[in-house]
Ligand binder design. Structure first.
Ligand SMILES: [Zn+2]
Length: 143
């Protein structure tokens, strides 16, 4: 545990995404549990922190203890990941809730004729997110 942390981790016990982060559905949008926790305790709107990455000082992705969370930029987060030896291109905590293999699966399903709205429901993301992936406006670099 981080030496400055005075309280133990509070682990999310709900739904977990494939990156190991707790997730929660609010107003039909999937949000990361630790981001929701941060917003709740700091009284900010989750839309106002879209440009920020909420970092875990304790390095425990399931932790939602607000004392362990701090806002950072995407650059900070990328540096953290490199330092911790787990840099995954495309798998950002801030904007992207999907992993590379999921993006491939989404494209395969769409190619097989599955509707974008049913794929969206399956992954808990919006139809437009699926549209962007299938039309390669998002994740264009991924085969
Ligand atoms: Zn923690």
């Amino acid at each position: 545990m981080h030496p400055e942390l005075k309280t133990p981790c509070v682990e999310w016990f709900g739904n977990i995404n494939n990156n190991g982060y707790g997730r929660i559905c609010i107003k039909r949008q999937v949000q990361l549990a630790h981001r929701v926790s941060y917003c709740h305790h700091n009284n900010v709107n989750i839309r106002d922190i879209e440009h920020l990455v909420i970092r875990h000082r304790c390095d425990n992705p399931l932790c939602i203890n607000p004392e362990h969370l701090e806002p950072g930029t995407r650059t900070d987060n990328a540096r953290d990941r490199v330092e911790r030896g787990r840099g995954h291109r495309g798998e950002r905590t801030g904007g992207s809730l999907l992993r590379e293999d999921e993006v491939r699966d989404i494209r395969k399903r769409a190619a097989n004729g599955e509707s974008q709205s049913s794929i969206a429901k399956l992954y808990g993301v919006t139809s437009s997110a699926i549209h962007y992936i299938v039309s390669r406006k998002n994740w264009a670099w991924l085969d």
